[in-house]
Write a protein that binds this ligand. Structure first.
Ligand SMILES: [Zn+2]
Ligand SMILES: [Zn+2]
Length: 261
């Protein structure tokens, strides 16, 4: 009983301290620094900004020009995607493009966590097709990336999504076995060739019969995701989907870095 009282007293003290600190350092939005709710990482305005209400192809998440619920885009009607579905927060442009570029820097870690949390919440709305929890697989970088100064954004996003969703991450199941050229300047046919045989499934046992979500920051052409989906399905995955913070359209903005996939 005494122990319980001590714990409660400490908890009350910690809560008072936390409330006091919130008065001195009120929680800030990870993007615009406006004050925001204690439980949120982004203010209401930025959440609305980064979770776009655009109508999207229900398969590849490309923005659609008009209200066509559960509709494929023209490309999906012809393409034989090996992934089933793409979930995204918004189109890769404007503030979202700037946020994606910022997220690669360590000092924007709160923003990256905020985006991962928003994406995790979207994934929890998706149907689960297997009894086992879906597996998160970050799109793997080449091993030499570890020697660069850039963060492994896909892996960090997957960790954030795992925290929100409670889904496991499978990090060593698939690896990138050769470096690929930047996809941005390549045609669709060149992109497919560029990523063909760029990955290998290292331990297929972990994905047998599982629903897989590939995680990355941006998907543009879908060539990388399609190649990974082909491999993972061949290795025994029940279904492969894609979760990306932003969906690139391949249309350049002035001064924009073209997204990679
Ligand atoms: Zn904000
Ligand atoms: Zn589509």
């Amino acid at each position: 009983m005494l122990g319980c009282l001590v714990v409660m007293t400490r908890f009350a003290a910690a809560t008072r301290l936390s409330n006091f600190l919130d008065l001195i350092y009120p929680p800030e939005c990870a993007w615009c620094q406006a004050p925001c709710e204690l439980t949120e990482r982004l203010c209401a305005g930025c959440r609305a900004r980064f979770v776009s209400g655009y109508y999207r192809c229900h398969r590849c998440a490309a923005p659609l020009p008009q209200v066509l619920p559960n509709h494929d885009c023209a490309r999906c009607r012809q393409a034989k995607w090996r992934f089933t579905r793409v979930v995204t927060l918004a189109t890769y442009r404007g503030d979202m493009r700037r946020a994606i570029i910022s997220m690669k820097r360590n000092r924007f870690e709160p923003l990256r966590r905020a985006m991962a949390d928003l994406l995790g919440q979207q994934l929890l709305l998706e149907p689960q097709h297997t009894d086992a929890l879906p597996l998160l697989i970050p799109v793997p970088y080449h091993w030499s990336h570890a020697f660069s100064s850039s963060t492994n954004t896909a892996e960090l996003l997957a960790q954030g999504i795992a925290t929100t969703s409670g889904w496991p991450i499978a990090q060593r199941i698939v690896r990138r076995i050769r470096k690929t050229s930047k996809q941005g300047m390549l045609s669709w046919a060149e992109r497919k060739t560029n990523v063909r045989h760029a990955f290998s499934v290292k331990s297929p046992d972990g994905i047998q019969g599982r629903q897989v979500w590939l995680v990355d920051d941006v998907m543009t052409s879908g060539a990388t995701a399609a190649e990974l989906a082909r491999l993972l399905l061949k290795a025994g995955a029940a279904q492969v989907n894609v979760a990306v913070v932003a969906r690139g359209t391949g249309v350049r903005e002035s001064g924009a870095n073209v997204a990679k996939q």
